[in-house]
Design a protein around this ligand. Structure first.
Ligand code: WT7
Length: 649
């Protein structure tokens, strides 16, 4: 929580009230804030979700354990697909899919989706998948990814989708933790005109995850991949001849829907548990009110990857439950040129765009001329998620993409919260660039001081949630102690989010970033310790300390301080080798932007690495208090080395 962030916030005086025409037609009207907690979530669940058996109790709260919609039975794929077809909307487009290679496009209607989901579910059944069978999915942004997820939910098989940029180690770690029996992947993925070898990585991962007995492989690029007899099956072979109908399994509201692994303050990612009824009602309700979805006319595009929680909640489950028409794009925003996104918006007439500040800053850097080449007048609403958005990026987004016309909703939430919790409502809220504004109706967000006092308007501290919400995590898979410790030990019975926040005089929230050892690179959480462990895993590394510095595009960038074994000196080659080693261990997103080689790390007399000082060095600040260091000369040495690295590049 730097002073600077706070200053910027106080100087930010621009205000954007909702345009009257938008306000008049908005799904959420001002009285939404007056609705009663129980009434709100009972009504939302009945209006937006079809239940095979109605719930008998709204929720049960025995801190820190919540249950929602008790007694209710439902099926997620039925809600996301079949009921729209049954209601006569089978011809409506569910996904406009655009591949990265140009002219590679598909239109998938709800009827198409129903057929594909049923057939693939039948194929999985044939391969032994049953209610409760854990399935891993490791794919790029192809239409078969949501099909695979929905097929799992149809059978009641919990899934974990692993982002296609993660390494074999990251994939196997997750598959072992969840005890997955099946892995669904593809030959290769397209990325910026070249291919990413997903099946090859999956093979390496399966070598370390003997629990995986079956692998289904989608042919995407047609690249040559070895298939292991008895274990590996082509997607097109297993769906051939599979029936078009597959009855959806009635699931209990509290049955496990999926795990999403996320970084915390230790090296081992946490399997965040999401269950069925509360999650679906939570994402459908927020998607409807915050994005003001008009399902018959809107074309909605969340440009995140389905491999992260944003894609689960706001590409797949929320929008499909609401019967939306969405865009899915396979590739990068700058392929073949930097106007690819704007071309897509023009082509499909996208009306709602949801993306991350890091993407907005990339587009800012490239310049507004790329957006100016295209007609973006279909856009009526913009959204942002993943990290605090700086006011300049917010205003640029509204002006250059939103034509100085659209509201921008800055939505705060987490993998753990499952759904958006702090956000403007586009027809109600007066927007302030850089502020996520108000808690969503019924959400009891607050800011607490270190000692647990609630801080009023004008104050700052830690963001907490004082009441449960339907899509909240139900635990950490297989590690209850960690669940209690991470979220519920700082304050009794109150959820600790790990973010700093301030509330201004109007009661608007300003998020100030993480307060723990978790970095936020391009809107994704990476723990310092995870990267340190990957570095120390290299045979020549004796010790490593990792911190982040501010970066104008990725928000934060990773800086590593490394001591080599035997007092060896670093080199440019060694630096590249270590960066690649981290990419192999975790994934390219975790690659340090800089590595400083140093004979010693700054430690206290008890041996704790002082990351605070390393951050000072990384951000070229005057060093803070060094008196508790065992050897104060160490940090001066590091500083000199870091400075000389900089002068070289
Ligand atoms: C962390 C959660 C949930 C979607 C993507 C990230 C930061 C997220 C905002 C925002 C300020 C934000 C927080 C949070 N964050 N959205 N609108 N303003 N910060 O999910 O990987 O679980 O990361 O992202 O620090 O704790 P995640």
């Amino acid at each position: 929580m730097s002073e600077q962030t706070i200053d910027t916030m106080l100087l930010e005086e621009r205000r954007y009230p909702p345009p009257p025409e938008f306000a008049a037609q908005a799904n959420a009207q001002p009285d939404i804030y007056d609705r009663d907690f129980d009434e709100f979530w009972e009504t939302e669940a009945r209006e937006r979700v079809t239940w095979f058996e109605p719930f008998t109790k709204l929720y049960e709260w025995e801190p820190p354990y919540a249950k929602w919609y008790l007694g209710g039975k439902l099926n997620v794929s039925y809600n996301c697909v079949d009921r729209h077809v049954e209601a006569g909307r089978g011809d409506k487009v569910a996904f406009h899919w655009e591949g990265e290679p140009e002219d590679d496009r598909r239109e998938i209607t709800y009827a198409d989706l129903q057929r594909e989901v049923a057939r693939f579910a039948n194929a999985l059944k044939e391969l032994g998948v049953r209610k409760g069978t854990p399935v891993a999915i490791y794919m790029g942004m192809v239409p078969e990814l949501p099909v695979a997820m929905l097929a799992c939910t149809r059978l009641g098989a919990p899934h974990t989708v692993v982002f296609g940029g993660f390494s074999a180690d990251s994939l196997s770690g997750r598959m072992v933790d969840m005890q997955c029996e099946v892995l669904i992947t593809q030959d290769e993925a397209w990325r910026r005109g070249s291919t990413v070898p997903l099946k090859q990585t999956a093979d390496d991962a399966m070598a370390d995850a003997p629990n995986v007995k079956t692998c289904v492989v989608l042919r995407r690029t047609g690249g040559d991949v070895p298939m292991q007899d008895g274990r590996d099956h082509w997607w097109h072979d297993v769906v051939e001849g599979a029936a078009d109908e597959c009855p959806p399994e009635p699931m209990d509201s509290e049955d496990l829907l999926f795990l999403m692994y996320t970084s915390g303050t230790t090296a081992k990612p946490k399997g965040v548990v999401h269950t069925t009824g509360g999650y679906l009602a939570g994402v459908a309700a927020t998607h409807y009110h915050i994005f003001d979805l008009k399902r018959d006319t809107d074309v909605y595009w969340c440009a995140a990857d389905i491999g992260w929680i944003t894609g689960h909640s706001y590409i797949v489950y929320g929008p499909l439950c609401n019967g939306a028409t969405s865009v899915i794009y396979e590739g990068t925003p700058d392929y073949p040129d930097k106007d690819r996104w704007w071309e897509i918006i023009e082509r499909y007439g996208v009306t709602i765009l949801y993306t991350a500040p890091t993407a907005i800053r990339s587009h800012m850097k490239w310049g507004p001329e790329y957006a100016e080449r295209h007609d973006l007048s279909s856009l009526r609403l913009l959204g942002s998620v993943g990290e605090p958005i700086n006011p300049e990026a917010w205003v640029w987004y509204r002006d250059h993409i939103g034509g100085d016309r659209t509201p921008v909703v800055d939505t705060w939430w987490q993998t753990e919260t499952g759904m958006i919790l702090i956000t403007p409502l586009p027809g109600v809220t007066t927007l302030k660039p850089g502020s996520a504004t108000k808690p969503f109706p019924t959400v009891a967000a607050a800011v607490f001081s270190e000692s647990g006092e609630e801080v009023g308007p004008g104050g700052g501290g830690y963001l907490v949630l004082k009441r449960p919400w339907p899509a909240m995590l139900r635990g950490i898979f297989g590690d209850d102690a960690r669940y209690r410790e991470t979220y519920w030990s700082k304050y009794p019975d109150v959820y600790f989010a790990g973010d700093g926040a301030r509330i201004d005089e109007d009661g608007d929230f300003w998020l100030l970033g993480r307060v723990d050892d978790v970095m936020n690179v391009s809107g994704h959480r990476i723990s310092t310790i995870e990267v340190e462990s990957a570095l120390v895993d290299h045979k020549e590394v004796a010790e490593a300390a990792v911190c982040s510095r501010k970066d104008s595009t990725t928000g934060e960038a990773i800086v590593a301080y490394v001591t080599l074994k035997g007092g060896a000196e670093g080199s440019v080659e060694k630096l590249e080798e270590l960066r690649n080693h981290v990419a192999r261990k975790i994934g390219p997103i975790a690659k340090p932007a800089n590595i400083v080689f140093t004979p010693e790390l700054p430690k206290t007399r008890s041996g704790k690495i002082m990351r605070r000082l390393l951050r000072d060095v990384a951000e070229h600040r005057t060093l803070g208090d060094t008196t508790t260091l065992a050897d104060p000369t160490v940090v001066e040495e590091i500083k000199t080395r870091a400075e000389s690295d900089r002068s070289e590049d």
